[in-house]
Design a protein around this ligand. Sequence first.
Ligand code: ASP
Length: 346
Amino acid sequence: MSAAKKSVLVIFTGGTISMVCDQQTGALRPAGIENFKEFMPELFHSEINVEFLPFTPLIDSSDVNPPMWAKLAHLIDSNYNDYDGFVITHGTDTMAYTASALSFMLENLTKPVVFTGSQLPVGILRSDAKENLLTAIEIAAEQDEEGNAVVPEVCIFFDSRLYRGNRCTKKNAEWFAAFKSYNYEPLAMAGVHIKYNVHLIHYPELNKPMRLRTKIDTGVAILKIFPGITEEIVRAILNIPNLHAVVLETYGTGNAPSNKWLYDALRQATQSGIIIVNKTQCVSGSVEMGRYETSLNLMNAGVLSGYDITTEALLTKLMYLLGENNDVDKVKELLQISLCGEMTIE
Ligand code: ASP
C-alpha cells in the first residue's frame, strides 16, 4: 500500500523570491502567485500536495511588524490540522526576526514551519528560488516511520542548509548563502540526499497540543555600546516612555566601559523595573558575566545574561515574554531558560 500523499501549505508573504521588476521605477516590488505558476510549474505537479496561501498585504520584509507575526501564527494555527507541514516564503531582510518570533508564538510545535526566500527573484534564470523553495517543501513534508515530523521546529532553509530559525542572522546581502547560525550547527544539509542532524532537533511533547501565544509588548529597545557613547545617549534611551526592556549590545564576552555614570544609569533603570539583557556584539560565542570586572559591574547593576542568543531572538523573546506575562520576575526567570532552543546555557 502506498503512503498517503503529504500536504504542505505554502504561505507567501512577498520578498525577493516572488518579486518582479517595476517597468517604471526599475525597482523590485512584491508580486502575486502568478510568478510561481509561470516559473515553477513543477510545484503544481509534485509528489507532495502543495497549496498556496497569499498573505495580505504582500510585503517587502522591511515592512514586517509584530501584528504581522501574530497574523502568520494565526494562519498556521487555523490550518494546523489540514497539512503535514508549512513553508513561509519571506524576504531575507527580516526573516530571522519573523522566524524567531514564530518560534515563541507557536508553543509545543509538532509540525515543521520552514521559512525560505531567495536572493534573486524566481523569474531570473540564475535564481536560487527554485532550489530553496522545493527543498523547503520537501523538508516540511518529511516524516519518520511513525508518521511524526522529522523537524517539528520553526526553521530557515537557505542555500542547502536547514537552520533553527531563532539561531539565525542574515549575514550576507549579496551571496546565496545569506544566513548563518553562528552558535548552533545546521539541523540538516541538503545535497544529493537531505541529511538530518537528528540529535540537534528539538522535539515537542507529542501528547500535548500546539498552543498559540501571540501577545506582544513592543516596549523594547536596543542600546548598542560604542567607544565614545555619552551619558545623554544612554539616558535618552533608558528614559523612553513605556520602556519595559532593553537589549544591551556589549563588547566581547559582555563587557562595557567602566564609567560610573553608565552603571548608575543602568542600575536606576533595572531598579525601576526595566529588564536589561546583555547581548554580545560578536556574532559567535557567549556572554560570560563576571569574567571581567567590566561585566561584573553590569551584573551588579541588575543586568541579566543573554548567553549566546542572537539579537533577533532576544528582541522577539522579550516582546513575547512581556506580552504574555504581567509579572517582571517571571519574565526574568524565563529569560534565563532556553524555551525552544534559542540559546545554550552551560
Ligand atoms: N528587501 C527584500 C525583503 O526582505 C530582500 C529579500 O527578499 O531578500 O523583502
